[in-house]
Design a protein around this ligand. Structure first.
Ligand code: UD1
Ligand code: UDP
Length: 363
């Protein structure tokens, strides 16, 4: 009878790739009883359900169906719904991943119930407190008992913030475990036919940061740059629901060189990333995946909490103004980058997490 019960929290699209390898290693170890909870922060089939089938994640034991809303409403709703569940299940620990509202909401509730908190992808810092995710990271890390880190910068940030060294573990990148275990299959995807791609080179775009898409003038800056790049290279842009709404609200119409499509499932999107000539994004996870695929990535932001993707990888900051983005694009054409793969992004982060959890809980 397994005795170490751990509640794992998943809520939004980028959580699922990190949860999948953890569920696998914990389910395979008889010492652990992992309980998966879906908060329902993301709920559309193409933002949630599709990833459970693509990544073969077991059905969550509980679904909180918290849904959307303002930050306060969404965070509070998740907190209200997770508390009775944790009181009933009495887990030894709650494991949260990433930096979304589900992460901080469940960490706060667990800690105040006296339950240990484990944070996977701890320590990342953009040093930009206008980003909701930065607040979620700082708060979650400050109350976590075990901090599992993807890159050296995370360890340094946590030490600087006074976290004790024995709580910090550089384990590598869970998202890259999922990439490595699904890439071969993803490369067989027929997404190109399904979206009617003509063949030839293309660029891939994703955008969803509120700072980039919620302000119409800012969104127009970026689409202005995309139009100019689109003249050189056809672009495919799977639209996050937030961005889909903003484009519609603002009546922005783009040229036929920019193909707007629905959000893609994991396999299809991996195919697109692996085959793109360039990726333009403000996503955290996509910066990491493009680094491992060694596809040049222009990050449409002024900062990144994942600096190793720049110091080692194929990522470059392009800023968020039309001119800065086009300058970065021209630089990239003149000096193509493929970079190298950061240490421990080798597909074995799940196993290293398990080793840390065994040492901590089993001894
Ligand atoms: C959230 C995370 C962000 C992460 C992103 C990944 C927070 C604060 N933000 O941003 O860190 O990078 O997910 O994708 O946690 N919507 C749908 N269907 C869905 C999900 C959302 O239509 O399945 C729409 C809703 O109108 C919703 C809006 O998108 O209000 C925003 O969703 P929300 O989860 O609040 O934030 P994201 O922008 O998705
Ligand atoms: N992704 C996907 N389909 C898409 C866009 C992204 O499968 O249409 C995947 C991507 O490969 C990565 C994750 O979603 O694994 C990144 O999530 P997102 O960009 O939503 O969030 P962030 O990483 O910025 O928090």
């Amino acid at each position: 009878m397994p005795d170490i019960r751990i509640v794992l929290i998943a809520g939004a699209r980028p959580n699922f790739m990190k949860i999948a390898p953890l569920m696998r290693v914990l389910s395979d170890d008889p010492a652990f009883d992992p309980i998966l909870v879906h908060t329902g922060q993301h709920y559309d089939q193409n933002m949630s359900g599709q990833f459970f089938s693509d990544l073969r994640i077991p059905e969550p034991r509980y679904h909180l169906e918290a849904g959307g809303g303002s930050h306060a409403v969404q965070t509070a709703e998740i907190m209200k719904r997770i508390e009775p569940l944790l009181l009933a299940e009495k887990p030894r620990a709650v494991l949260v991943v990433g930096d979304v509202n589900s992460t901080v909401a469940c960490a706060l509730v667990a800690k105040k119930l006296g339950i240990e908190v484990i944070h996977a992808e701890a320590g990342l810092r953009s040093f930009d407190r206008s980003m909701p995710e930065e607040i979620n990271r700082i708060v979650t890390d400050s109350i976590s008992d075990l901090l599992l880190v993807t890159e050296e910068s995370g360890r340094e940030n946590l030490l600087r913030e006074g976290v004790k060294e024995s709580a910090i573990h550089l384990v590598g990148n869970l998202m890259i475990d999922s990439l490595r275990s699904h890439l071969d299959q993803a490369l067989k995807s027929d997404i190109a036919q399904r979206i009617g791609m003509a063949g030839g080179k293309f660029g891939l775009v994703t955008l969803h940061r509120p700072a980039n898409v919620d302000d119409p003038a800012q969104l127009a800056e970026i689409t202005g740059a995309l139009e100019a790049i689109g003249a050189d290279l056809e672009l495919y842009w799977p639209l996050h629901p937030r961005t889909q709404s903003r484009l519609k609200e603002n009546g922005l119409v783009l040229s036929q060189r920019i193909h707007l499509i629905d959000p893609l499932g994991y396999m299809d999107f991996l195919w697109m990333q692996a085959n793109a000539s360039v990726i333009l994004t403000d996503s955290g996870g996509v910066q990491e995946e493009s680094t491992v695929l060694r596809v040049p990535c222009l990050t449409l932001r002024d900062n990144t909490e994942r600096p190793v993707t720049i110091t080692r990888g194929s990522n470059r900051l392009a800023g968020t103004r039309r001119e800065t983005i086009l300058t970065a694009w021209k630089d990239l054409l003149a000096h193509p980058i493929t970079g190298e793969i950061p240490p421990l992004w080798d597909g074995k982060a799940g196993e290293r997490c398990l080793a840390v959890l065994r040492r901590h809980f089993v001894g």
